[in-house]
Design a protein around this ligand. Structure first.
Ligand SMILES: Cc1cc2nc3c(=O)[nH]c(=O)nc-3n(C[C@H](O)[C@H](O)[C@H](O)COP(=O)(O)O)c2cc1C
Length: 219
């Protein structure tokens, strides 16, 4: 992995093919979400679409309570949503024009989580399934690594021992990250975790920061 690579979130609102058509270096980001069969199928679609690699995100931890709630995220665009977001939309006339040009309302579902041609779940539909999936283990990650023969980035490493485990299962890169602290802001900052991780595995694996696009929402 060299240079800049775009990471398309599996919660993104654009099909991976469209994003790859815009940037053929796109990586596909996944969460441990659903059954193993679901995950294999998503990797197959990403491979067929030409994804250059996979990003497995671990830095969003489900706790009994978040420090901060989510900002308002509409499930669909209806009149109520349009009125609510109008003040923000007027500051982005370019987006509005592109929406108008496409001739249809933006689709806020998640097309990369389901087979082509099926309607993907809404963001919170997907989120609910994710929360209901048993947390990923290192054995699961080793299994997942075997399903993808190519660049495999583990995002959300924060400790030297986990960095070593990532190397052991064959990760090609790791990202030291705590998801910007936006779930638990008491977790150590990525910049503080970085030196011990570099000391543990520097030279054995690429170590980098990542920012994954949540939703390419323009139509
Ligand atoms: C609005 C928003 C949406 C995000 N969505 C995702 C996502 O879908 N997948 C993911 O792995 N990270 C996601 N992130 C986290 C970022 O990729 C990144 O971890 C975070 O901004 C902190 O940066 P850092 O990892 O360099 O510390 C999101 C962050 C924000 C602010």
């Amino acid at each position: 992995m060299s240079g800049t690579a775009l990471g398309l979130s599996s919660f993104g609102s654009k099909p991976i093919e469209e994003v790859i058509a815009a940037d053929d270096k796109t990586f596909f980001q996944i969460y441990w979400l659903g059954s193993k069969d679901d995950m294999v199928a998503r990797l197959d679609w990403a491979r067929e679409a030409g994804a250059k690699g996979i990003i497995v995100t671990l830095d969003w931890v489900f706790a009994t309570a978040r420090d901060w709630g989510s900002p308002p995220l509409p499930e669909k665009i209806d009149v109520k949503t349009a009125v609510r977001f109008a003040p923000q939309v007027v500051t982005k006339p370019g987006w509005l024009l592109r929406f108008a040009w496409s001739g249809k309302l933006p689709d806020l579902t998640t097309p990369n989580l389901v087979p082509r041609g099926q309607q993907g779940p809404t963001f919170f539909g997907a989120y609910g399934e994710w929360m209901g999936t048993p947390p990923v283990t290192w054995d699961d990650l080793a299994w997942l690594r075997q399903q993808w023969d190519g660049p495999f980035l583990i995002k959300g490493i924060g400790r030297p021992d986990d960095a070593k485990r990532a190397v052991d299962i064959g990760a090609t890169a790791i990202s030291v990250s705590n998801h910007g602290g936006n779930n638990l802001d008491t977790t150590p900052a990525a910049i503080c975790m970085l030196p011990s991780v570099v000391q543990a595995v520097g030279g054995q694996v690429e170590i980098l920061p990542t920012v994954v696009c949540a939703a390419a929402a323009t139509s």
